[in-house]
Write a new protein. Structure first.
Length: 256
């Protein structure tokens, strides 16, 4: 999975049913939330995994009724590295957004052959009334393999629900499941503390991870920060910067 943005990470990876307008994400339909050109870069640092820092950059643009995204991702060092190039498209029909993402992955390790894989992911987000949305996605639906056939990636099925009881508060819950592992439930919330300041927190199970973060929006720039504690990787830090070259950023929560 390519690197998600810090806003998604801070809310426990629970943005399955939110048209957040970011790329890449677990649900390609979230692309439809972008209404203009967006340039995005993200950096993630692991405290217990030296040399495995991750960085990605993406561009999102709107063409008529379609939203497209392109991203590049790198993780690792000279001994082990992973690269990913992603392309996606989303289209909204009435109250439902549909999305498709394609990924070309490369794994390279010292002393071993470099291997590649091509993956497909698809999803939807549908609005229920004025305050709620539901969403679902399937990642790696083509059951790709790295090199040998036995090194297959199994499909990952995800479902989510998002509820916005007020303009200042957004609540999300989601669950993921593949054929080999236990379900991964997660939940998160985002609160608009001030017109351009947001605080966030989230929780994920199997494996356990707790996250928190903040977001700042000023003029044409958005800066998001996330801190994650995981039993596996310890305390991790992630930062995302987004630039909107078009219009000024509004403080209304519906235009995130």
């Amino acid at each position: 999975m390519p690197l998600s943005d810090a806003r998604t990470i801070a809310t426990g990876n629970s943005f399955l049913a939110t048209e957040a307008g970011v790329f890449p994400s677990a649900n390609p339909a979230s692309l439809s939330g972008a209404e203009e050109l967006v340039i995005n870069t993200t950096y993630k640092k692991f405290s217990r995994l030296p040399g495995m820092d991750q960085i990605s950059a993406s561009v999102i643009s709107k063409f008529h009724n379609y939203t497209t995204g392109l991203s590049v991702f790198r993780a690792g060092d000279e001994h082990f590295s992973q690269y990913d190039v992603s392309a996606g498209v989303a289209h909204r029909i009435a109250h439902t957004a549909l999305g498709l993402r394609m990924d070309l992955l490369q794994l390279r390790a010292s002393g071993f052959n470099t291997v590649h894989a091509f993956t497909l992911s698809a999803g939807f987000i549908s609005r229920i009334g004025k305050k709620a949305t539901i969403g679902a996605s399937v990642q790696q639906l083509n059951n790709p393999a790295f090199g040998a056939p036995e090194n297959k990636f199994h499909p990952i099925f995800s479902m989510g629900f998002s509820f916005q009881p007020s303009e200042n508060l957004l609540l999300n819950i989601a669950i993921r499941k593949d054929v080999l592992h236990s379900p991964q439930p997660c939940a998160g919330l985002e609160y608009q503390l001030k017109p351009l300041v947001f605080i966030r927190t989230g929780l994920q199970l199997n494996p356990y991870a707790w996250s928190a973060g903040m977001g700042f929006r000023y003029w044409k720039v958005v800066a998001d920060y996330a801190l994650v504690y995981s039993r596996f990787s310890g305390i991790n830090f992630q930062a995302t910067a987004r630039i909107f070259p078009g219009q000024l950023i509004k403080s209304r929560s519906g235009e995130k």
